[in-house]
Design a protein around this ligand. Sequence first.
Ligand code: PSU
Ligand code: MN
Length: 340
Amino acid sequence: MYNINRKLFNFTRVGAVNVLRKRCFHALPNSERFVITPEIKQAIEERGPVVALESTIISHGMPYPQNVETAKSVENIVREQGAIPATIAILNGQVHIGLTDNALEFLGKAGPEAQKTSRRDLAMILSQKRNGATTVASTMILARAAGIPIFVTGGIGGVHRGAESSFDISADLYELGRTPIAVVCAGVKSILDIQKTLEVLESQGVTVATFDRDSKRFPAFYTVDSGYESPYQMKDALDAAKSILANHQLELNSGIVFACPIPKEAAPDSEAIQAAIANAIAEARAKNIHGKEETPYLLKRINELTRGESLAANIALVKNNARIGGQIAVKLSELKRKEC
Ligand code: PSU
Ligand code: MN
């Protein structure tokens, strides 16, 4: 018995050392398909704190010019925490890790003319040299390729209401099951079926934690409490960073969701939002909107129906997530530098 345990222990130790060695030096994608800014490249090579940011939220998630202003202030907030922002998008068929102000402006103005790009779209957008705004799923894929373990967004996609007949389940959830990136978000919008979303995350083996000092209630984007609980609670950035490191060391190859409740003072009147959501969903059904169009349609209509109230909340929660994501990235970088 003793010997068997010792063997297991030795095996684990050798395995762990190999894993650590592998994680210490990330080989940057060496291909003309990737354009990485020198600042981000250096930070990745030095295991510095870098935070990935998506671009569908810019093109399809908010109207111009608030989308560009928000993208820029989110980058600044990440910097204020001591981390480097890496907004990801596809321009002329090349993956850009880190966008110039001009590129942000271009994407923001292009809006839905930029192709909403999830996993299934990547090969087409790249081979046809098109412009693509990356969703949570594809941003995770590209962040992983670049060696960036943390990603900040507003809300992830989920299981749509009525999925039992429509089968509309966001590719984001399956990506979280197969790609080891920690996604900092404000939970999922109540345009979705939150209970089913949490079930699929569980089936996919995704670690879900509410990032909050006082509660493990799972947040629902505009509201602090969805009525459901996360399986875990993270009280600070160091604990969150430790869980990311453990995920990497075990080579779980699955993702983590840190769900951060919207700051209370920014949470809009929940009844007005719920009414707008119900109306927007009814309209989408009546107009037979589905597939990749559904989420952008609902976001746009809710913004219109609440006359900007939901947009203000959306901006506030993304900024809050950026602050938390930046802090986790700093702690993770400290841990990784100690390990290597
Ligand atoms: N939820 C939001 N804002 C967003 C999105 C979702 O509150 O901008 C975007 C994200 O890019 C997410 C995508 O990855 O929509 C999910 O789209 P779908 O439901 O079609 O998978
Ligand atoms: Mn869908």
